[in-house]
Design a protein around this ligand. Sequence first.
Ligand SMILES: [Cu+2]
Length: 121
Amino acid sequence: MTNMKSLANTVFAGVAALLLLATTPAEAEDVSVKIGNFTFGPQDLKVKSGATVTWTNEDDIPHTVTSTTMAFKSKALDSDDKFSFTFTTPGTYQYFCSLHPHMTGTIVVEAATGSNATPPK
Ligand SMILES: [Cu+2]
């Protein structure tokens, strides 16, 4: 009978672990934006709250990632330099390159609640 009880405990632990997995909020996304040819790509990006966006400069001249509200601001990124920012507050974040202000991009951060937070296109 001891074995049965131990088996039951093992099964219970397994079920508990599965439940924990199922109820843990979705893993925060990691999203990449490439900077190339004087363009942020994708230029308009929609992410869930908690997502970390990483910009990589693939141009051979420096660029920056500068929020219009100064919510975030990179240093001048040389080739292959990266800049990351984690968006924890829903909203629309517009940014540009302070060296080439015609380079612009937008990050839309949505609340990370429910699986239907993103309406189908
Ligand atoms: Cu630039």
